[in-house]
Design a protein around this ligand. Structure first.
Ligand code: DC
Length: 207
């Protein structure tokens, strides 16, 4: 069974995907981490994230980079969003994601284009959304808890800029697949969101 979980930054898709993987006993791939690694590698190589050839060269990042805690930073998220607009980068990362999705026994993948490009045949596609305000508040609370400096205004502006870039790019923009079920987590806490996601999957699989 392939479960595709797509949605914007801080919508809760990563938390939901991880929980679904645990519940259904499936391996999980956070595909955003691959784009974050490319962005980080561009920085480490003194490249330009807006140059397609620099970003493509960075797709050869070493696997050890995926464990770099710096990938979780807001700066890496911004770089990932920039390198991800290049079609050559998306092509270079396709095979790895496709292989993960089609492994025997199934998988859960979260990202922006899982249900539309990487695994259009997924049994269940969730499109996880939340209001900009709810997402910014969540990110703000996370950063405060981690002892990081941030203002709500700066986080809101950053999320809005990333949404704009992710939804307006020409190749594989963030868009719900036609057969995706939308889950709005704006007014849900973690456990409620996970319970809804599990119920959606179980209902789809049963029918
Ligand atoms: O999910 P995330 O915040 O870690 O993703 C970081 C960026 O990577 C996001 O702004 C767009 C890009 N991305 C993508 O284009 N396609 C994916 N499947 C996953 C992430």
């Amino acid at each position: 069974m392939i479960l595709a979980v797509d949605g914007p930054t801080a919508s809760g898709k990563g938390t939901i995907a991880k929980a679904l993987a645990g519940h259904f006993g499936l391996p999980h791939l956070d595909t955003g981490l691959l784009y974050r690694a490319v962005g980080r590698q561009v920085t480490l190589s003194d490249g330009d994230p807006d140059s397609e050839s620099d970003a493509l060269a960075a797709c050869d990042f070493p696997d050890s980079l995926l464990a770099d805690p710096e990938l979780r930073s807001e700066a890496s998220g911004g770089m990932a969003s920039r390198v991800s607009i290049h079609p050559e980068v998306r092509r270079a990362l396709y095979e790895r994601q496709r292989k993960f999705a089609t492994q025997p026994g199934g998988a859960v993948l979260d990202g922006r284009d899982i249900g539309t490009v990487i695994a259009p045949e997924a049994e269940v596609k969730l499109f996880v959304i939340a209001s900009l305000e709810a997402r910014a508040q969540r990110r703000f609370a996370e950063m405060r808890a981690a002892g990081r400096e941030a203002t709500l205004e700066a986080i809101t502006a950053d999320l809005a800029a990333r949404d704009e870039r992710d939804t307006s790019r020409n190749t594989a923009p963030l868009v719900a697949a036609k057969d995706a079920v939308t889950l709005d987590t704006s007014d849900l806490d973690r456990d409620q969101a996970v319970a809804r996601a599990i119920a959606i999957v179980e209902k789809r699989v049963r029918s």
